[in-house]
Design a protein around this ligand. Sequence first.
Ligand SMILES: Cc1cc2nc3c(=O)[nH]c(=O)nc-3n(C[C@H](O)[C@H](O)[C@H](O)COP(=O)(O)OP(=O)(O)OC[C@H]3O[C@@H](n4cnc5c(N)ncnc54)[C@H](O)[C@@H]3O)c2cc1C
Length: 338
Amino acid sequence: MIKEIENAPLLGRNSFGIDAKASRLVEFGNAAELAAYLAAREHADAPTAVIGGGNNILFTEDFRGTLLHCVGTDFAITGNTKNKVIVRAEAGLDWDDFVSRCINLGLWGAENLSAIPGTVGAAPVQNIGAYGAKAGDIIHSVELLDMTTLKESVLAGEHCCFGYRDSIFKHALKGRVVICAVNFALSREPSPILGYGALEHETAKLGDPTLENIRRAVTGIRSAKLPDPAVIGNAGSFFKNPLVPLRKAEELKERFPEMPVYPGDTPEEVKIPAGWLIEKSGWKGAALGRAGVYEKQALILVNRGGATGKDIIALSDAITEDVASKFGIRIEPEVNIW
Ligand SMILES: Cc1cc2nc3c(=O)[nH]c(=O)nc-3n(C[C@H](O)[C@H](O)[C@H](O)COP(=O)(O)OP(=O)(O)OC[C@H]3O[C@@H](n4cnc5c(N)ncnc54)[C@H](O)[C@@H]3O)c2cc1C
């Protein structure tokens, strides 16, 4: 059922804890409901965007337009292919509930993505990833509603252009479609991915690499490392890890032999942890007014209480300029700035 909220407070709807408002927030259950609402609505010319849990959005001002928010949470097994089980989940389902339900069904593929805050509908947008796994690896297809034509369609995973924190929904389809449901292809065959960081070690402490033990290990590592948005406002990693040409990385490695370097998307580039660049520039634990850099992880910017979106941007700009002047690398936000 459609629920329209005028002058909607966003304070409880964004993990940075920014006190902003939207002119209108519209909750919908599914694509048909949303299409009927959009066809009949007033204010059709106002800016329209989609918000899930608000865990990857920084509001720098009030949103003068309509925010669409899916509250549909259906979850069902809808098919089987030779090796895979197809699970359909509506966009409003909490991501971690989705992961937990897959694990309860003995389905492999989502376990490393445990405890990422947000909704199923947002997962394809930045191709959420953690501990060597990416949502794009298990997305079979995405169900869409085009906000202009009001036509429903299904986009196959291989056409979503998934990359590092990237997809077609951040480019060609940005601002054009609403993701109403996602179909996942999961496996009944055990396929643990343990090669990332301390995951293998932490899982082994709990026993065999079962789905449940991997989930517990991931959740434990995350809660020890990441700030809880309910306690201190943040949006996880504020910056993307920059992809740097191999030659540039080699030059830097001569100046900073201890600099960590990871494989990039192509053999010509490597990924350098933005957190290392920020920490090396002296920002870990620092603050500018009410905006700060988390003391345990320099990649995370935090709201120390009462910060505005503009306070966070001032800090992010200062860090970006400083890192550029020290390393010749321009780091870019992973968070959506609105
Ligand atoms: C503590 C913390 C830890 C985090 N750790 C990770 C991590 O390990 N890995 C990772 O990848 N991310 C991480 N994030 C970021 C965040 O969890 C993800 O980006 C998540 O997908 C956001 O989901 P959301 O529902 O809150 O999306 P929102 O923040 O509401 O929206 C994010 C973007 O997706 C768009 N969007 C949302 N729903 C839809 C929809 N139905 N249709 C079309 N567009 C839509 C929005 O318009 C916006 O552009 C972390 C965040 C926090 C706060």
